[in-house]
Design a protein around this ligand. Structure first.
Ligand SMILES: C[S@@+](CC[C@H](N)C(=O)[O-])C[C@H]1O[C@@H](n2cnc3c(N)ncnc32)[C@H](O)[C@@H]1O
Length: 388
């Protein structure tokens, strides 16, 4: 988006009456009253200012001068000392502060405003670099209302519809949305917000604010985080206790995965999304949001696997039999994994659904990893207890 349009629209940002009710959620997750927080894409300080006093220090970063100046004005109005909060101009996809933080946040779908794989990789690099050991990050995206096929078919519309309206500077502000364009390969939406400010029935200003919204489906969002070398420690479907995947938002809290290099897997985003778009085109309306395939692990396993003669024999017979391990997690979901296909796992509420999904997950893994796996002989499942 051209920065002038972003900057000119900044003055209307806080007038929006339909922000997600996320402030109590973030307040409740501040790890301690002394915690140091980094807010990536702090905008006008909507969240930053609300967390003041509940943490030791909060640092905001944003690349919009106008958004930032509104945030700084709020800090000045409240006489906030610089050892309690600061906000700076900067690019969150390429950030190197001489400090680390216990809690990194990017509320209200900041991730989705990043259009390219390079920007997304850059954001995760920033998060990795600025987390203290033991620190965690929360990212969020909206949970798409359309399934992938519906999105491709129905999302574009030149009609304007009213998103919200509110009083503004003694007059009235309306915000309409238009959906003129999308990138069908990358699942990036380019909606436009159209602000109209009226004063006593006289139109004072019309402004079109183009947006970028990259779409993530529930499993894809989690896989993206994992592919960047992080471990998801909690997930929510919204800010009011909705189960993950069943509410309006996708919210995940994560930490660096133990044993992963500091750089993570930068190839993750492109590969994952490319695969995802391909499967959507192939599968049509199939519910992609329920099948988990750790593509990165599957691709790595394919690279490691030697082309063995037994493998060729296996392929000749076309026998496709896999051993599936089934466990139940703390939330009561059945979780199935396939030892012969590292990274291939899925979950479901019922065993019938689980069988259906693991079949689909295996097919997806084989689709990605064109080498057939070496067959494994089933010996048994053993429980090993470790004192921790
Ligand atoms: C939807 S707003 C969210 C603002 C704030 N977090 C909130 O919850 O109200 C997204 C913000 O991210 C900022 N942003 C997007 N890309 C950025 C980048 N590469 N570097 C810094 N800020 C960025 C935008 O300028 C904007 O202020």
């Amino acid at each position: 988006m051209p920065s002038d349009a972003r900057d000119r629209a900044a003055k209307y940002y806080d007038a929006c009456p339909v922000f997600p009710d996320d402030i109590p959620f973030y307040l409740a997750r501040i790890p301690s009253p002394r915690a140091r927080i980094l807010e990536l894409g702090c905008g006008t300080g909507r969240v930053l200012v609300s967390l003041l006093g509940a943490c030791g220090y909060i640092h905001g970063m944003d690349h919009s001068e106008e958004m930032l100046s509104l945030c700084l004005a709020k800090l000045r109005e409240r006489n906030v000392p610089p050892d309690q909060a600061r906000a700076e101009l900067g690019d969150i996809t390429n950030l190197s502060l001489p400090a680390q933080f216990d809690f990194v946040i990017a509320p209200f779908r900041v991730l989705q405003t990043l259009e390219t794989d390079a920007e997304v990789n850059g954001l995760f690099r920033t998060i990795r670099q600025h987390l203290t050991p033991g620190g965690s990050c929360i990212l969020n995206a909206f949970n798409p209302k359309y399934d992938p096929e519906g999105l491709l078919r129905d999302w574009i519309s030149l009609e304007e519809y009213l998103d919200w309206e509110a009083p503004y500077r003694g007059g009235w502000l309306t915000c309409h949305i238009r959906r003129p364009r999308m990138d069908r390969e990358k699942f990036v939406l380019y909606p436009e917000l159209i602000y109209r400010w009226n004063e006593q029935d006289v139109l004072k200003e019309t402004m079109v604010h183009p947006l970028v919204m990259r779409v993530y489906y529930p499993d894809q969002f989690l896989r993206l985080i994992e592919s960047q070398g992080f471990r998801v420690i909690a997930r929510w479907g919204g800010y009011h206790g909705e189960p993950y995947g069943e509410g309006p938002e996708l919210v995940a809290q994560f930490k660096p995965a133990a044993g992963k290099g500091r750089q993570g897997n930068r190839a993750g985003v492109g590969k994952l999304l490319e695969w995802y778009a391909r499967m959507v085109r192939k599968n049509g309306t199939k519910d992609m949001s329920t099948t988990k395939v750790n593509l990165t692990a599957a691709v790595k396993a394919a690279k490691r696997r030697p082309a063995m003669s037994s493998n060729r024999a296996w392929k000749r017979t076309q026998e496709k039999e896999f051993h599936v391990v089934i466990e139940r997690d703390a939330e009561g979901y059945y979780v199935a994994s396939v030892p012969a296909l590292p990274g291939c796992h899925t979950q479901a509420r019922s065993l019938d659904k689980l069988r259906e999904r693991i079949r689909e997950a295996i097919e997806l893994c084989l689709e990605v990893d064109r080498e057939s796996p070496e067959p494994l002989e089933f010996i048994g499942v053993q429980k090993v207890t470790l004192a921790r």
